[in-house]
Design a protein around this ligand. Structure first.
Ligand SMILES: Nc1nc2c(ncn2[C@@H]2O[C@H](COP(=O)(O)OP(=O)(O)OP(=O)(O)O)[C@@H](O)[C@H]2O)c(=O)[nH]1
Ligand SMILES: [Mg+2]
Length: 463
């Protein structure tokens, strides 16, 4: 059950030692409970949005010297009275203060419960609350921008506008139904058609942005695949600009997959260096490594298929392998880049003519000399984002929003089909209501307790 009557408490800072650790209290007794364990001024009597130095005491024992922040509802994060006690960042101290708050009547907060309360008290809508979690999780400039846009209500504003336009129209439609005997039309059909078209375009644009949004939020996994000694580990090091993976002339050097992140123009790529795949290994450990390579390839969003130009120009069989590999990627619908390595010691003119049938699909570089690495970086970026990413508008980054927008779009199609077929006003009104419902689900105007539980359980404690 959602209960707003009690006062909740949590440690709001991450575990481990730090300069400062914060205990956060929210609820009708937040200031009273903080006041009971705080010796200094009477906190409940202080004006809102003020800070106060004092000591936290357990009976006569001083636990810490702290600063208490007072925020009185409704002008607080949760909309309730909030106290934030900044202690020294010791797990021991924080646990003691947390224990004292609970002994004085506060209840341990569930994950995301502060933000849930902010939502229930109307301080944020659901998309903004979700943006709080996204902001905390953001690891790149673009992810941060998208989360900030939504936190400031950018997405909510889009939806609100759609909802209001549709509401106005459905009100006229319902009015018509009330006067159905008189056969009047309050709702101008041409304008309604225009409205539905506009909303359809808007919904479709938001839906389309999800592909990019998903990339921005979750990053892109890239598996570097190829024969032993192709230079995969050297390439990983070149991309990262550090000696991360062991490189040697011995085929089969990399035994286990290595994962590292790389930021290209604000998008996070998770690179996996894998064990070289060869068909006839007898080495048990190598075979396990190869198994993991295949696994990494199947899970990756993009595969970088690396091959040794010198070896492949020397052997007809090998160079045929590249073409069959390319076909296999295409048949399986895997996004891939073909990369010819060791360009520093290969005859590039010969390579260009031998592989001319592969066209622009192929990138020539030298991992060892870090030559032409930028072309691979650009190609990786272009695979997931066309041109400069424009984050000024709304980009959907959340699968829940994506699902609800699909419902919005479906119902808009239904409305349009209904009007084309001249179906009765009450049936159209029903479709409009379905559409409004799906829009309301996104912002949380219509929701259920289970759904809220699910959404907020993914937050961290103390937020
Ligand atoms: N000349 C030249 N040699 C390279 C280049 N890239 C890698 N090598 C050499 O090729 C050998 C194998 O490199 P690695 O990066 O270990 O190859 P790998 O694909 O990770 O090999 P496994 O882990 O065994 O599958 C090393 O001796 C590298 O120095 C390159 O661009 N040019
Ligand atoms: Mg390697």
């Amino acid at each position: 059950m959602l209960n707003l009557n009690d006062t909740i408490v949590a440690i709001a800072t991450p575990p481990g030692a730090g300069a400062i650790g914060i205990i956060r209290l929210s609820g009708s007794d937040a200031l009273v409970i903080a006041g009971k364990i705080f010796s200094g001024k009477d906190l409940a009597m202080q004006p809102t949005h003020t800070l106060h130095f004092g000591r936290i005491k357990d009976e006569s024992k001083v636990i810490d010297e702290v600063v208490a922040g007072i925020y009185k509802g409704p002008r607080s994060y949760t909309g309730e009275d909030v106290a934030e006690i900044s202690c020294h960042g010791s797990d021991y101290v924080l646990q003691r203060v947390l224990g004292l708050c609970m002994a004085n009547g506060a209840r341990m907060a569930k994950p995301g419960e502060f933000t849930l309360r902010a939502f229930l008290n109307g301080r944020l809508d659901l998309t903004q609350a979700e943006a709080v979690a996204d902001l905390i999780a953001s690891q790149s400039d673009t992810a941060h921008k998208a989360a900030m846009h939504n936190l400031r209500g950018g997405f909510s504003a889009d939806l609100k506008q759609m909802r209001e336009q549709l509401l106005q129209f459905s009100a006229l439609m319902e009015l018509e139904l009330d006067f159905s005997e008189e056969d009047v039309e309050f709702a101008d059909r041409t304008r309604f058609y225009e409205l539905i078209d506009r909303l359809t375009i808007a919904a479709q644009q938001l839906i389309n942005s999800f592909r990019l949004g998903n990339v921005i939020k979750n990053g892109v996994s890239v598996a570097i695949i190829g024969s032993p000694n192709a230079g995969k580990s050297t390439l990983l090091n070149a991309l990262l600009n550090e000696e991360r993976a062991i490189v040697s002339e011995i085929a089969g050097t990399t035994r286990d997959t290595i994962e590292e992140t790389l930021n290209i123009n604000g998008i996070l790529f998770r690179l996996t260096d894998t064990a070289g795949i060869r068909e006839h290994s007898m080495d048990l450990i190598e075979l396990q490594g190869i198994e993991r390579s295949r696994d990494a390839m199947n899970k990756a969003d993009v595969v970088v298929y690396l091959f040794d130009l010198v070896e492949n120009l020397r052997s007809e069989v090998l160079s045929r392998l590249i073409r069959s590999q390319k076909e296999a990627f295409e048949q399986a619908g895997i996004r891939y880049l073909l990369v010819g390595n060791k360009a520093d010691i290969a005859d590039l003119d010969e390579a260009r003519s031998v592989f001319s049938d592969l066209g622009d699909n192929i990138i020539y570089l030298s991992a060892k000399n870090k030559e032409n690495i930028h072309q691979l970086r650009d190609a990786l970026y272009s695979l997931v984002a066309e041109g400069e990413i424009n984050i000024e508008g709304t980009i959907i980054t959340n699968a829940r929003h994506y699902g609800a927008l699909q419902k919005v779009l479906d119902s808009l199609h239904e409305i349009k089909a209904g009007m084309d077929n001249n179906i009765s006003g009450d049936l159209i009104a029903l479709d409009i209501r379905t559409c409004l419902f799906a829009l309301g689900e996104i912002t949380g105007e219509v929701t259920t307790e289970d759904k809220l539980d699910y959404i907020f359980s993914k937050f961290c404690i103390g937020k």
